[in-house]
Design a protein around this ligand. Structure first.
Ligand code: WQD
Length: 338
């Protein structure tokens, strides 16, 4: 008997697939909905090889209200985790309407779907990018959100606002908002990892691609920031730690909800690392020296952001297990295998 049937939108994506594994390992039944915009169907082979379970993925466009409503006619879900969204910051600047249309319509269609079956328990994938260049560090859940640095970040802020307003009107609709810091690394089994359909732009996959010769070199975007070594600071969180936080959030919702509704949690490990420190961690675990150069700043980058994660630890009983060397070790093993 499973603990419940959970819809994971974006279930073949990077964070989605790791969360599907964690949900299955914790006794849930999982259905995925993903149109493979930024993922591959072969990820389900990896999930099966880890868990022994072959999940079903509905290849639908969640921004399509009719297709999404049909999904909710076929299944009755005890909850949903909504990952499916476009997430490339630079692309969002070039194509803002595509980002607003896709990211917001898909969220509203999933809310409608849950409501249509008298269900609730929605976990929304948000992002630390809602904080912008925060005035205080580490950021807590009550640190004021700043002006979004990109349309992508704005869709995350608007998604949060949609759920605040919806839950205020529908008190019986329970939601949790999870603000991710910098997800990285791969499943310890080496069977799933970050395998985006588009070329990598995030630091850790760029490092491993340079390390294995798929790219010539890494450019460090700025070494003249006011930080301990001049490069930007971020809070890197292992994707498996992030995945488990989603399982805990679903369990909290099914037990009646978080401390408020929607409840909001930062998911970072609370450690700020510079770009150069992450490079050093790679060199240490791989035994290779990385080919990188110091280059100009990247527009839109915040200088430093890292989390106070005490609320998630206190209320969700979430304890991250992995650090940056585990991130680099698993990311490197995954890259070498790919
Ligand atoms: C990290 C640091 C770069 C590449 C983004 C999204 C955020 C979230 C996580 C979804 C920065 C530096 C990077 C390179 C570099 N996504 N860098 N050379 O920008 O912190 O966050 O991904 O939720 O919303 O904005 O991640 O990995 O791109 O950059 O120097 O080739 O690495 O300048 O300081 P970012 P990132």
């Amino acid at each position: 008997m499973s603990k419940g049937k959970i819809l994971v939108t974006g279930g073949t994506g990077y964070i989605g697939s790791h969360t599907v594994v964690d949900l299955l390992e914790n006794g849930f039944e999982v259905v995925s909905a993903d149109n493979y915009h930024n993922s591959k169907a072969s990820v389900m082979d990896g999930i099966e090889s880890i868990t022994g379970v072959r999940i079903v993925n509905h290849n639908i466009d969640l921004a399509d209200a009719t297709a999404t409503a049909k999904l909710f006619e076929e299944h009755r879900f005890d909850g949903a985790i909504h990952f499916a969204a476009y997430k490339a910051v630079g692309e969002s600047v070039e194509k803002p309407l595509e980002y607003f249309r896709n990211n917001l319509n898909s969220l509203m269609n999933v809310i409608d779907g849950l409501r249509s079956q008298g269900s609730s328990n929605l976990v929304f994938s948000s992002s630390c990018s809602v904080y912008g260049n925060a005035d205080e560090l580490p950021v807590t859940e009550s640190t004021p959100r700043k002006e979004a640095e990109s349309p992508y970040a704005r869709t995350k802020q608007m998604g949060e606002d949609i759920l605040y307003d919806f839950c205020a009107q529908h008190k019986d609709f329970n939601a949790i908002l999870l603000r991710y810091f910098n997800p990285a690394g791969a499943h310890p089994s080496g069977k799933i990892g970050e395998d985006a359909a588009n070329p990598a732009s995030n630091l850790v996959p760029v490092i491993t691609e340079v390390g294995c010769g798929k790219r010539d070199k890494l450019t460090v975007f700025g070494d003249d920031y006011d930080t301990r070594d001049g490069s930007c600071i971020r809070d890197y969180i292992h994707v498996s730690d992030l995945a488990h936080a989603h399982t805990l959030a679903v369990e909290a919702l099914m037990a009646g909800g978080g401390s408020e509704n929607p409840a909001l949690y930062n998911l970072g490990i609370g450690e700020g690392l510079t770009v150069l420190e992450v490079i050093n961690a790679f060199e240490k675990v791989s035994g290779k020296s990385l080919n990188y150069e110091l280059g100009p700043r990247r527009p839109g980058d915040v200088v430093a952001v890292y989390a106070d994660r005490s609320k998630a630890t206190r209320e969700l009983k979430w304890e991250p297990k992995y650090g940056v060397e585990d991130i680099m070790r698993t990311a490197w093993a995954w890259e070498e295998k790919r």
